[in-house]
Design a protein around this ligand. Structure first.
Ligand SMILES: [Zn+2]
Length: 353
């Protein structure tokens, strides 16, 4: 006689649930999910079948199962597995599978590798994950595609503005030297520019004490080190998102429905990429707008003209003319070379909504 260690009366009787002619739809799977969430017992759902799994068959995974942590109580609350353990509790994490005989069964997460051909099980798992990802991507596109034109317009205007400022910035850096900009970056503490001043006091070893003194304060100092490749990446993201843009809004639903999974993934990747780059670009432009205006440039100049500045330079703004140069400011500075302040629109970001 076969010896059994323990009998679980509630699992003694095997259940035969509803038989499906085709793979069960979303509503049915959702009902199952809610049942598991509520009761923690996948094997008591109205349509579940707990008989032995058809031998050797690779099932279609229709849902992942995780018994809610709050309802777990060791072995007592686990679900039986149709492959290895039809009459005894087995798993907390597993899958709801659709079998070729039309029944929905439960299998534990460990069983796939042992029972099925490794490749077909891995393929079933991947297929399940891809289905979930595809559904999420479709619903994201459904929501974002109608607004994509506006996002593209904003991205293009950000690109233009940042390009204009970078051109100004490059010329300005050339005039006051890269070395000065690097020293200014190093001297920065938050939004303050500081200089090192040797104090009269000395420490216990007789060394002079160096004091950091705040010379000026400016918002947007991050603009001194703009992220490299931002414009190239933004340009690429604009091009890629423009390719998935559907011009006529009333065609979106139909076009989306006819797209393959691969196309849906590519489109959602393009949209997400543009969304993320546009966020960085907005921040960069805000910093540029805060720094490259009359007040911001005056704060930089105060640092460059300070007696303790290691790399002296000066900047003077008259209207939209920006006079600047390395070294001390000469008497006739207004007769010298000047740059034009970047477009005033920078101070007021274009709100597209
Ligand atoms: Zn099992």
């Amino acid at each position: 006689m076969k010896k059994r260690a323990y009998i679980y009366p509630h699992l003694e009787e095997l259940r035969v649930g509803r038989r499906f002619r085709v793979r069960p739809n979303e509503t049915i799977i959702k009902d199952f999910g809610q049942h598991v969430w509520r009761t923690g017992s996948p094997h008591t759902w109205k349509w579940i079948t707990t008989t032995q799994h058809p031998r050797g068959e690779a099932p279609i995974i229709v849902a992942k199962i995780s018994i809610p942590k709050r309802l777990r109580n060791g072995r007592e609350t686990r679900a039986p597995c149709s492959i290895c353990s039809v009459r005894a509790p087995k798993f907390d994490e597993g899958f709801l599978v659709f079998c070729s005989d039309g029944y929905l069964r439960l299998i534990g997460h460990e069983c796939g590798h042992d029972h099925f051909n490794e490749d077909s099980y891995a393929a079933a798992l991947k297929e399940h994950d891809d289905e979930i990802a595809e559904a999420a991507a479709r619903s994201m596109l459904d929501e974002r595609l109608p607004d994509l034109a506006r996002t593209l317009i904003e991205a293009r205007s950000l690109f233009r503005d940042i390009l204009g400022v970078l051109d100004f910035q490059e010329r300005a850096v050339a005039s006051i030297t890269k070395r000065a900009v690097a020293a200014m970056r190093r001297s920065r503490i938050g939004d303050q520019l500081t200089v090192d001043i040797e104090a009269d006091a000395a420490d216990e070893r007789g060394r002079k004490v160096i004091e950091k003194r705040v010379v000026s304060t400016a918002a947007g100092l991050d603009a001194l080190s703009p992220p490299s490749h931002l414009l190239g990446e933004l340009n690429l993201a604009i091009a890629e998102a423009a390719q998935v843009w559907i011009v006529h809004r009333d065609e979106i639903a139909e076009r989306l429905a006819s797209m393959t999974r691969h196309e849906v993934f590519a489109a959602s990747k393009a949209v997400r990429r543009l969304d993320s780059l546009i966020e960085t670009a907005r921040e960069v432009r805000t910093n540029m707008g805060n720094l490259f205006n009359t007040e911001g440039l005056a704060a930089l100049s105060a640092w460059g003209r300070h007696g303790h500045c290691p790399t002296p330079f000066w900047i003077e703004v008259v209207g939209t003319r920006v006079y600047l140069k390395v070294g001390l400011r000469p008497r006739d500075w207004q007769r010298g070379f000047f740059l034009t302040l970047p477009d005033g629109r920078l101070a007021q970001p274009v709100i597209v909504s």
